[in-house]
Ligand binder design. Sequence first.
Ligand SMILES: Nc1ncnc2c1ncn2[C@@H]1O[C@H](COP(=O)(O)OP(=O)(O)OP(=O)(O)O)[C@@H](O)[C@H]1O
Ligand SMILES: [Mg+2]
Length: 227
Amino acid sequence: MNNYIKIKNLTKKYEKNRSIKVLNDISFNFVSGKTYSIMGPSGSGKSTLLNMLSLIDVPTAGSIEINSHKIKSNNKSENDLIRAKKVGIIYQDKNLLSDFNALENVYLPNLLISNEKQKSIESAKKLIKTIGMSARINHFPNELSGGENQRIAIARALINDPEIILADEPTGSLDANNAKLIFNILFNLKNPKRIIIFATHNRYFANMADCKILMNNGNMQVTDASF
Ligand SMILES: Nc1ncnc2c1ncn2[C@@H]1O[C@H](COP(=O)(O)OP(=O)(O)OP(=O)(O)O)[C@@H](O)[C@H]1O
Ligand SMILES: [Mg+2]
């Protein structure tokens, strides 16, 4: 099996008034084609782990390999490029740039790596159509509902056809119907070359993943895997 993301002895400590170990010597392989859910109490390190995987935050110790390439945590420009090309990220809210409309929010990340504006716009329009939001392309984020914002955020995360999708409580601010819609879209994004990892407090959605992970006391435990 192809191990696309390998984390080895990953540790994250915060030193403030006292030292807290949020991730404690975690080793794990995420495999292409699979979906992973991360559950665990508030403060257990779910977002911290996702921020390491998205290369936004850097570990205190340990390593991350993406497709056999060892990440150098001090090489910010290389990591920014890896993130732009390979990773799509969806947060609970505030995913979109408020001064740009839906279409611009979706095509801008593509423009950054391709520099072909018309092509970026066409791809964005296509994606927006697949999530049923074509009627809203000129709307600004504050003119969209919470569920609509999240749908556009998914399109934005997908514009560079990422091999890794990370979602941190993507439906945490939504009602049950919109949450179902978003998770339907998310699970439909599964493909053999892609890894989808999401953190959630919702057991029903967590159970839909191929592999269920529980974070607790800085440790990561697989509670169920169907492969
Ligand atoms: N910048 C920081 N400085 C100090 N401590 C931090 C920092 N960021 C996070 N922490 C601590 O790390 C721990 C893990 O936080 P994290 O956000 O990963 O939890 P979580 O599992 O995502 O929780 P939630 O379910 O509430 O989103 C918490 O105890 C938090 O207080
Ligand atoms: Mg969190």
